[in-house]
Design a protein around this ligand. Structure first.
Ligand code: NAP
Length: 266
């Protein structure tokens, strides 16, 4: 039986897997395997990299995948590029599910930068005590900064090297505005550094920074491949259901299947 592959690691991917599981669409969710105790989606799950675009292409063919939904995090650029290439080569339809980016509101003091290196350059001029809310692999860009103290918050321990003056806070969303105000106050934070991850789960720090009048350095999203894209789980689920119906109809009418039915019918 063929299946749909969800490239996951996000809340939306889990929600989508649940919705499709409930509808009876055969789904395999894929996780990178970076987090020690990941929140698992309903249904079948595989864990670990595929070995680049070629490895993924092989996997799609071997597992008879009828469609792929790339629901990875907006900053998981390598996986998205790999999915785009592998699906094109294997002739498998691909949809990108990507939550919209955050929008500035009145009272915000945001400083947009293109990457974490630019964020590191910007932060020194903006504050002495920074909340770093970035991916584990991105903290090293701040390692050379001595004049700023960092509260490094991430899901798992960040990859070294780390800035000389810091404290680690291992935590993952969803976060609340009151919780974030508490963090800003307790650590006397005067600048926040984040990526434009979008979504509700980690947006509270932006509300808290606005309330306190603090500057926020926001890293722009990397460019993504030109795949067809939607922004909501409902749209992705509708697309997946239609693809599943088509795959089932094709399986019904395939020569192998009619041959089996002939045989079964004597
Ligand atoms: P990345 O830099 O784009 O991917 C690096 C490599 O990890 C990929 O080339 C792939 O290895 C493997 N990989 C990534 N996502 C995978 C998946 N869903 N299933 C199987 N293999 C995967 O990705 P990343 O930024 O390290 O993110 C890794 C995972 O964490 C993703 O699933 C993402 O949705 C989730 N996540 C990331 C962030 C973030 O800040 N980047 C935040 C929240 C959640 P191969 O080349 O060997 O296939």
């Amino acid at each position: 039986m063929s299946a749909l592959l969800i490239l996951g690691g996000t809340a939306e991917a889990r929600e989508l897997a649940g919705a499709l599981h409930d509808r009876g669409v055969p789904v395999v969710s894929s996780l990178a395997g970076r987090v020690a105790a990941p929140r698992l989606p309903p249904g079948e799950v595989r864990i670990g990299g595929f070995g680049g675009a070629e490895g993924l292409e092989r996997w799609l063919v071997e597992h008879d995948v009828f469609a792929v939904i790339d629901a990875t995090h907006p900053f998981a650029a390598r996986m998205s590029a790999s999915a785009f290439e592998a699906c094109a080569r294997a002739g498998v339809p691909l949809l990108r599910l990507e939550r919209p980016g955050w929008r500035e509101r009145p009272g915000d003091r945001w400083h947009w930068v293109d990457d974490v290196e630019a964020a590191a350059r910007a932060v020194e001029g903006l504050g002495r005590r920074a909340l770093l809310a970035l991916g584990r692999q991105e903290v090293a860009a701040f390692a050379g900064i001595e004049s700023t103290w960092f509260l490094i918050r991430s899901v798992g321990p960040p990859d070294p090297p780390l800035p000389p003056r810091h404290e680690l806070l291992l935590d993952r969303g969803p976060f609340t505005v009151s919780g974030e105000l508490g963090v800003l106050e307790e650590h006397r934070i005067d600048v926040v550094v984040t990526r434009d991850s979008g979504g509700d789960q980690t947006a509270a720090k932006l509300d808290a920074a606005r309330e306190r009048g603090l500057p926020v350095v926001v890293v722009r999203r990397p460019s993504s491949p030109e795949a067809d894209a939607v922004t909501t789980v409902a749209e992705a689920a509708a697309w997946a259901s239609a693809r599943a119906d088509r795959a089932a109809a094709a399986e019904e009418s395939s020569p192998d299947r009619s041959c089996n039915l002939d045989r079964a019918g004597g």
